[in-house]
Design a protein around this ligand. Sequence first.
Ligand code: MLT
Length: 238
Amino acid sequence: MPSVDICFSPELLPLYQLEGKVAVVVDILRATSSIVTALAAGVTHIVPFSELEDCQALAAQGYLTAAERDGRQAAGFDLGNSPFGYLDGVLPVQGRGVAITTTNGTRALHLSLAADAVVIGAFLNLEAVAEFARQQNKDVVVVCAGWKGMFNLEDTVFGGALAERLAATFDTSSSDATLAALHLWQQAKPGLAGYLLQSAHVRRLNSLEANKDFDYCVQVDTHRIVPIWRDGRLVVNS
Ligand code: MLT
């Protein structure tokens, strides 16, 4: 029976073996929620970068550029990291490619590329990711982006939610990390938004007046797509 494990921070990834497994990269607030939203809104593909300069260079090739540092849109970029940047119609996004860089999410993605399949998870597409994992029938590692190498609540709670969805056909009891995430998810489940209000990044976002983004990112199963890493870019799995 394949297993589900949770890596609480990209800093812990060297301790995990990703070869032969499915990596589910998660940064609920807000990178992976925004990636799901962008691809669902008609963005053709997303190229993630670690550095601002490398990201901005793709503007010359016709890409929309999106950049966040410390929760704010970086100067000189078309978009920040709000999912509403892909929904509010200010910039037409349909049919465009997006070059993106964020504080934690893009780093977690780059560090996960040794896995057999790398997909993007969010509460928005929880069941779609669970279905993908069931079809692959391989061990799953949820890679939490955290915050600057530290543990965070929202990504871990997502790991617990995914483990619960997979529990019938995956081993979810052999890893203490998965057990801890499942326990947190049981606490959070009856009122996810209220529970995650305690998170440090929610306080950071609220101080940046991004409460609307928080309410959006804690919606569950609103999207059926799975963004997947293919040939150096994120596209919708088909
Ligand atoms: C990140 O990648 O660090 C984030 O998603 C932070 C944010 O934009 O809220």
